[in-house]
Ligand binder design. Sequence first.
Ligand code: NAI
Length: 463
Amino acid sequence: MTQSFDVIVIGAGPGGYVCAIRAAQLGMKVACVEKRATLGGTCLNVGCIPSKALLQSSENFEEASHGFAEHGIVVGGVSLDLARMQARKQEVVGANVKGVEFLFRKNKVTWIKGTGRIVAAGQVDVDGTAYTAKHIVIATGSESMPLPGVTVDEKRIVTSTGALELDAVPAHMVVIGAGVIGLELGSVWRRLGAAVTVIEYLDRIVPTLDAEVATAFQRILAKQGMTFRLGAKVTGAVVAEDGVTLTVEPAKGGAAIEVKADVVLLAIGRRPFTEGLGLEAVGVTLDERRRIKTDAHFATNIPGIYAIGDAIAGPMLAHKAEDEGVALAERLAGQAGHVNYGVIPSVVYTHPEVAAVGRTEEELKAAGIAYAVGKFPFLANGRARAMGSPDGFVKLLADKTTDRLLGAHILGPDAGTLIAELALAMEFGASAEDVARTCHAHPSLNEAVKEAALAVDGRALHI
Ligand code: NAI
């Protein structure tokens, strides 16, 4: 007999598995289809979690090699055991994906192992077995964007997946794309000893960041040893025994040059992964960028079929997908789930970290909104100095008339943690004055946030 569910979620990444758990919490009978041998999707298996494990390990290695001496700690003969570092990364991944399996059991979510295909509204086929559901949720995520002329083999020319698996430190790594993946994984391999060159099409790095932050960030990365070639595009790659030869042209036209690399990391963005889902046959509409088109409540044009996460519009971030999963599950249960897209933090986990929430200065200018800026450097923060991390600053943007916080940008130590305070403030509609009048512990990095809030009104105390 065909098994039937209230909800079948296709894909067990952060969007899908969270949606499944929330729907189960709300009393629905839920299944989640996943073809990978483990749950957690790209994020837990080959994305956020393993990259953070390697970022931590490589930062520890760099500190032990170059940072301890300043603290009066003398260590000799620091050496790299890459196999152990990679094994630890896999242990971290293993613990996380097992955790999701545990959560599925706890919440009585059925894991259907295999590849799901939508046959019609209410009907899902998983490798030849039919299932029915009142609601189908597509949470199939995204895949690396290909670049014509640069064929990925995951050995010499790698995506983020291959870059997490290298078994030797390349002498020269070329990263195509100065986005989040390129800079995070480029940092990992630079710290472990690779020379890293980043080739970026635009004339700036991380296009989504506030421009002032991006410029300061690039300067810090360059000081750490990363080389940038901005305004350049890669038009071809030839792989040989001993490496890869890339053809690089100025983005605006001109003579091409050759750049040699031992490993090339292709990180020019990601695109929705919806192949083999049966969307064309069922008639689910895509937008101009082949993302699944949904309404404000994640419904596609076909009644009973919904989509969330990287497969639809919006930033390709795990926490955005999670929040959509929760909101959709609550809607399916008759509640009023909602995602505030104006307050989605984003973080680049380099050292220092970069974090942002809300609007950039460029976006406010373009929208014609009058704003005030408050800035405070970590150099003037006692805790940052004690930590030996004085680079960077906090930059707050507030409405000129109402003082309401419109954007927050942090380049500095633990920026990814510090931004949470500002996301919460913005969610509550706080003004810069509200943040400035909140007592912040001393000595903490958070004091830089408070000082930046004071600076909006020109009354920072420590600068
Ligand atoms: P991205 O969109 O962040 O950056 C891609 C970069 O490649 C852009 O700067 C773009 O201008 C450049 N580019 C595009 N075509 C190019 C070409 N032909 N030649 C040279 N440069 C080119 O994409 P990325 O880094 O691949 O990350 C994919 C997604 O994953 C993003 O949405 C990102 O937010 C997400 N992600 C988030 C992380 C986090 O939150 N910490 C970590 C890793 C990924």
